[in-house]
Design a protein around this ligand. Structure first.
Ligand code: ASN
Ligand code: ZN
Length: 335
């Protein structure tokens, strides 16, 4: 018997992009598990994870001579990418900050939600792992909701929020919970482009039939979200009301993040680097917010984080950064 060992492999993801990722190899069988990052991906084989009779995460994914499916590659490679961003940029060791296992399940369906019991255009963090549905266009054409890195990062940051501030998933704290996930989703998805004015601000591009995304941080109104407190939607605090519109009112806080990332003061270029914005939001989320925090608390937490992170900057630079942040929130009516 040969011992299990890490191996780097290359395969095509659900968007048709060649990805490199690590697996465990044993006697010619590869398993979708990166032991170094502690990221593992499972197949739920078109069962409904909400049913009491079904047990997540499902089956480990193996490949011999044949390749891994595009859906499996997407979920695994994207989770590994978020793990690396957490480690390298945020100095966080995975979702639990203790290098704990990060688990994803693909091919999940919602039997009650989809007529064929197979198509389920959503993804969620269930309190301990990521769960992904998929789009099915015909017999063989399938796209996992894990294909989009921004969606994967969004779900994984629900895990980070769960382990840190524990923002209650209703009303303003719930909209903050949603917005922090959107913000890290977009920042991680655009990490290769240093100038945020050139970013793709849409979340979930290419996932839905027709390819339309579902939110846009630069233009929340495009998907029916408010971008200012004067248009805060007072939906009922019920499941049907999305708990007072946590996926709607998040647009206000998302737009503040967009303003922060693109704000130039009176200069020619954005004042804050994306990694600086990531750092101040991360510090705010993990150190300054609490379960019942409101939009105003996020503004104060982000400003406090910026004051401590930029304390060694020349005073004029620090003041400019703080002004861009304050203005970003004031422009959406969070004063
Ligand atoms: N995709 C949705 C989200 O992460 C599902 C949910 O948990 N409401 O917000
Ligand atoms: Zn969410």
């Amino acid at each position: 018997r040969t011992p299990t060992a890490g191996a780097s492999v290359s395969a095509v993801d659900d968007f048709g992009v060649q990805r490199q990722f690590r697996v465990e190899a044993h006697d010619g069988v590869k398993t979708l598990f990166d032991a170094e990052l502690n990221v593992q991906t499972y197949d739920f084989e078109f069962r409904d994870p909400v049913l009491a009779s079904e047990q997540l995460p499902g089956d480990a994914i193996h490949a011999g001579a044949s390749d891994f499916s595009g859906s499996a590659v997407s979920a695994h490679a994207n989770a590994c990418e978020v793990s690396r961003y957490m480690r390298e940029v945020l100095k966080r060791a995975n979702i639990d900050n203790q290098s704990g296992r990060m688990t994803s399940s693909i091919n999940c369906v919602d039997g009650s939600d989809s007529p064929d019991g197979k198509q389920w255009l959503n993804a969620f963090w269930n309190g301990s792992q990521m769960v992904y549905g998929q789009r099915i266009d015909g017999a063989a054409d399938m796209l996992s909701m894990s294909a989009a890195l921004d969606v994967v990062a969004h779900e994984m940051f629900h895990g980070v929020t769960d382990k840190t501030s524990r923002l209650v998933y209703a009303q303003q704290s719930g909209a903050l919970n949603e917005s922090y996930s959107d913000i890290f989703g977009i920042i991680i998805n655009n990490q290769q482009e240093p100038d945020a004015r050139l970013w793709n601000w849409a979340l979930g591009s290419g996932l839905l039939p027709g390819g339309d995304p579902f939110r846009d941080l630069s233009n929340p109104g495009k998907f029916g979200q408010p971008d200012h407190m004067t248009n805060y939607k007072k939906l009922p605090n019920t499941r049907a009301g999305d708990y007072e519109g946590v996926h709607t009112n998040s647009g206000i806080h998302n737009k503040a993040a967009y303003n922060m990332l693109t704000g130039t003061g009176s200069g020619a270029k954005p004042v804050l680097k994306p990694r600086e914005v990531a750092a101040v939001f991360y510090l705010a989320l993990t150190q300054h917010l609490a379960p019942t925090s409101q939009f105003r608390d996020s503004r104060n937490g982000v400003l406090s984080s910026a004051r401590s992170l930029f304390r060694k900057d020349p005073p004029a630079e620090r003041e400019l950064k703080l002004k861009v942040i304050g203005d970003a929130f004031s422009q959406v009516g969070v004063g």
